[in-house]
Design a protein around this ligand. Sequence first.
Ligand code: ASP
Length: 319
Amino acid sequence: MTTIALAIHGGCGVLPLDSMSAEEWAEARQDLVRALTAGWSVLKGGGSAVDAVQAAVVVMEDSPHFNAGHGAALNEDGIHELDASIMDGATLEAGAISAARGIRNPVRAAHALMNDGRAVFLTGAAADDFAAGAGLAVVGQDYFTTQKRIEALTAMKAHAAAGTEASENEKHGTVGAVALDAAGHLAAATSTGGYTNKPAGRVGDSPVIGAGTYARDGVCAVSGTGKGEFFIRHVVGHEIAARISYLGETVQQAAEHVVHVDLAGSSQTTGIIGAGVVALDSAGQLSAPFNTAGMFRGWVTPDGRAFVATHQDVHEVQP
Ligand code: ASP
C-alpha cells in the first residue's frame, strides 16, 4: 500500500483541566476525531494532501473549542482578525491571508488564493474582498464570537491592568494539519485568531510561510502553534526542514530541537516560549513535540490507526 499519513493540532498551552467541563473536553476530543476523519477520508480516497489538510482544518475552524474561525480570539478592540495559510509541498505554491474579518473559513480563502496564483499573501480588507469574490462564505463578526472568548478578553484586560500574568489558554491557540498523500506529496495548513487582546492589525506566524506553516516534498510538512512572534523570528517551519535537509536529521530530531532547544529561553522575560508543532516527513514519520503541559492533537498512522490527545494521555479512536 502507498503510504498516506495525517496529523493535526488544535493549539498548545497549559490547558488546565478546570478550564473546560468534562463534556467540553469530550466535545473537543470528538471534534479532533471529526477533523482526522475529514482529512483521512480525502487521503484514503486518493485525494491530495492539500485537500486533506484543508478538510481537517475546516472542521476545527467550525468548532467553538479551538481558536480559529468560530471561537476565534478577540483582539484589543474586541474584533476578530483571522490569519490562515496553506502550502503544497509538491510545487511550493502557497496561499495566505491575514487580519481578515469576515471569512467564515479562512483556510479556504488561503487555498483559493493559492489556486488563483496572482499573490501568495493578502491582508485585511483585500483578503475579505478576495474571499467574497471567490464565492466563499462571508459572515458577520458575531459568527466568530463565543462567550469564552469574551470572558478571555475581559480577563486579559484585567491582567494587563493589574500587571499580572494570564494563563496560556486565556491567551492563544491555533489549528493546523499536515498530510502525506498517496502520490507522495506533502502539504500543511494553519488557521488562527491569534491571541486574545493582541494589538489591532497584528499578524502572527500562522499565515507566514516558513514560520507557522511549511511544506516541501521529500523533506517535511510543518504546522505550528505558540507565540507567533517567536515562530517568525526562528522561522520555525523552514528551520525544521533545513535541519532535515542540511544536517540529515530525522523529522523527530529536527522538530524536537526547534521546540525544546531553539524556542527555550527565546524570551528574556518569560523563559521558554510555549510552543508545539506537528511535522510529517515524506515517509509518513510523524513528530508532534510541545513544551507546554498539553497540545490538542491527533494523528493517523500509515496503517490507519488513529489517535487523539490533549495532555499526556493518548486515546485510540476510529477515524
Ligand atoms: N501562533 C498563533 C499566533 O501567534 C497563536 C497560537 O498558536 O497560540 O497567532
